[in-house]
Design a binder for this molecule. Structure first.
Ligand SMILES: Cc1cc2nc3c(=O)[nH]c(=O)nc-3n(C[C@H](O)[C@H](O)[C@H](O)COP(=O)(O)OP(=O)(O)OC[C@H]3O[C@@H](n4cnc5c(N)ncnc54)[C@H](O)[C@@H]3O)c2cc1C
Length: 252
C-alpha cells in the first residue's frame, strides 16, 4: 500500500516567535520541528505500510528551512519526502494549501492519505477534508483506530460520547487524532539513514497548479487577559451565592 502522510514543519512551540508587522504571518525560523500532531500520522502510516509491504511518502508545504522536521519523520522510517517550498505561496489559506498538497500527492500516486486532525500552529482543522475533496476520495476523519483489510480501510471515529465505526474502499483519506498509536522514537540507525533519504523540493509551477488565496489576515489582537475571579466571603450564606452563580452560568 502506498501511503502519503501530510506533515507540517512548525516553529518550535517551546520557543518564542515573531509575527511580521505587515503581513501578520509567523516569521518562520530556519530551524523548524515536526508538528507533534503529525508524529501520530507518520507512525500510523508506517504501521500500515509495514503490514502491507508498502511505502510511506511524506508530503509537506511550507518553507523547508534546514529540513529538521522532515528529517525527524524520515528518521522514524518514512521512505521519502516531497516538499513544496515556494515563496509565492506565502499566506496560502487551507484551501490553497490543500490544492497544492493534492497535486503533489496525485503526482506521487497513493492508496491512502493520512493527515493530522488539527495542526499545532494554524489550528484550522479543515485541511484534511478539503484535501479529500480535491483528490476525489472519501474522508474518514477523527480516527482513534485505523485498520486496513484488503481494499477496505476501517476506522473508529471519535465522537463526544464514544466512537462510530466507519469504513470506505481505498483510495481514501484518514485524519488521525493524537493517541491513535504511540509514535516510535527514531533510532540512531534511523537518524543516520534519514540523512541520505530522498527529499524532493518542488514549486507550484513544477506541479502546474495556480493557487488563489481568498483569506487575508487583516489584524491580530492579543487574547484578553483572564479576568480575576469573584471572591465570596463566607458569612454563613456563601454556598447559596455560589449555587446562584453556577445556575447563572448554566453549569448546574
Ligand atoms: C511560504 C509559506 C509560509 C507559510 N507560513 C505559514 C504560517 O505562518 N502559519 C501557518 O499556520 N501556516 C503557514 N504556511 C502553511 C499553510 O498556509 C498552512 O499549512 C495552511 O493554511 C493549513 O493550515 P492549518 O495548519 O491550520 O491546517 P489544519 O487543517 O489545522 O491541519 C490539519 C492537518 O493537515 C496537514 N497539514 C496542514 N498544513 C500542512 C502543510 N502546510 N503541509 C503538509 N501538511 C499540512 C497536517 O497533517 C495537519 O495536522 C505557510 C506556507 C508557505 C508556503
Amino acid at each position: 500500500m502506498r501511503v502519503a502522510v501530510c506533515v507540517k514543519q512548525i516553529p518550535d512551540p517551546a520557543s518564542p516567535y515573531d509575527l511580521d508587522p505587515d503581513t501578520h504571518f509567523v516569521v518562520r525560523p530556519t530551524d523548524q520541528v515536526l508538528d507533534d500532531t503529525d508524529r501520530y500520522g507518520v507512525e500510523m502510516g508506517l504501521q500500515l505500510a509495514e503490514q502491507t509491504e508498502g511505502t510511506v511518502t511524506l508530503v509537506s508545504m511550507g518553507p523547508s528551512g534546514n529540513l529538521q522536521g522532515i528529517r525527524q519523520a524520515l528518521a522514524m522510517g518514512a521512505d521519502k519526502a516531497v516538499i513544496i517550498d515556494d515563496g509565492t505561496l506565502q499566506g496560502s489559506d487551507s484551501l490553497a494549501t490543500a490544492g497544492i498538497l493534492a497535486a503533489a500527492i496525485q503526482r506521487e500516486g497513493f492508496d491512502l492519505v493520512i493527515a493530522g486532525t488539527e495542526s499545532t500552529d494554524g489550528y484550522a482543522g479543515i485541511l484534511p477534508q478539503q484535501l479529500a475533496e480535491f483528490l476525489g476520495v472519501p474522508a474518514l476523519t477523527f480516527a482513534k483506530k485505523v485498520s486496513v483489510e484488503g481494499d477496505t480501510v476501517r476506522i473508529e471515529r471519535q465522537t463526544q460520547t464514544g466512537y462510530d465505526e466507519v469504513e470506505a474502499p481505498v483510495p481514501a483519506l484518514v485524519s488521525v487524532t493524537a493517541g491513535v498509536v504511540e509514535p516510535r522514537y527514531p533510532t540512531f540507525k534511523g537518524i543516520m539513514q534519514a540523512k541520505s533519504k530522498p527529499v524532493e523540493t518542488l514549486t507550484a509551477g513544477d506541479l502546474g497548479v495556480e493557487v488563489t488565496t481568498k483569506q487575508k489576515i487583516i489584524a491580530i489582537r492579543p487574547a484578553p487577559e483572564r479576568a480575576s475571579g469573584e471572591l465570596i466571603e463566607d458569612d454563613g450564606e456563601a454556598h447559596l451565592k455560589i449555587v446562584a452563580l453556577l445556575e447563572q452560568a448554566k453549569v448546574i
